[in-house]
Design a protein. Structure first.
Length: 127
């Protein structure tokens, strides 16, 4: 598999570590950020193949980070997945309107997240 680069942004260190470990073990390169501003800066610098954004982050929430990234031509077609504990339908609608491809409610299983990532990158589920 070609080494795909993923940006994972979450302000909860435990979740960020679990996501990073699972994706790196599957062969991905993972860049991390702990707030929305860092996520946007890292995305502009690193040009990841896929972006995972927590919704509730300091400095800039995931919805706003998603909108800012979608405004950049370089990210028009980059898959963006929002991760959140806010699983209400109105939140999901806001996420999709911000430009997210998928809205994943916490808690999620690392295996489920890997499947979403592989699917969005057009990769087979073999791990």
């Amino acid at each position: 598999m070609e080494n795909k680069k993923i940006l994972a942004a979450d302000d909860e260190p435990h979740i960020l570590r679990v996501v990073k470990d699972k994706l790196e073990n599957a062969g991905f390169t993972v860049i991390t950020a702990t707030n929305g501003e860092e996520a946007v800066q890292a995305a502009l610098r690193e040009k990841p193949d896929l972006i995972l954004l927590d919704v509730m982050m300091p400095k800039m929430n995931g919805f706003e980070a998603c909108r800012k990234l979608r405004a950049e031509a370089a990210f028009a077609n980059t898959p963006i997945l929002l991760l959140t504990a806010r699983g209400q339908e109105v939140d999901k609608k806001m996420g999709l309107e911000a430009g997210a491809n998928e809205y994943i409610s916490k808690p999620f299983s690392p295996r489920q997240l890997l499947q979403y990532v592989q699917e969005k990158l057009g990769l087979t589920g073999s791990s």
